[in-house]
Write a protein of this length. Structure first.
Length: 99
């Protein structure tokens, strides 16, 4: 069941409903992000930065698998955070993660 959310992340990425890298923080600040996925092996500074931004701007945050698994779901390398910009994708991914 857990891998289904990775399929949804891949679909959201291909539909261009995701942001990566520095864009994640910008999209959190602009409240475009509907959900932020953070790898569980992210460094402490990045974890704190993204966690604090999500709390401040009231964006849902989920800590998920490691960097490699998260990166492979979108076909990129070394991605620690992905912001989902579409409410439909965000709701579906949240429901898959919370089960």
């Amino acid at each position: 069941m857990k891998n289904n959310y990775l399929n949804m992340v891949g679909l959201a990425y291909r539909a261009r409903k995701c942001s990566l890298g520095e864009e994640v923080v910008k999209d959190i600040k602009k409240k475009r992000a509907k959900l932020v996925l953070l790898a569980n092996d992210t460094g402490p500074q990045t974890t704190k930065k993204i966690t604090d931004k999500c709390k401040t701007y009231e964006i849902p945050l989920r800590v998920v698998d490691d960097k490699e698994t998260l990166s492979n779901s979108i076909g990129k390398s070394e991605r620690v955070a992905i912001a989902i910009l579409d409410a439909g994708f965000a709701d579906k991914i949240k429901s898959l993660l919370d089960n």
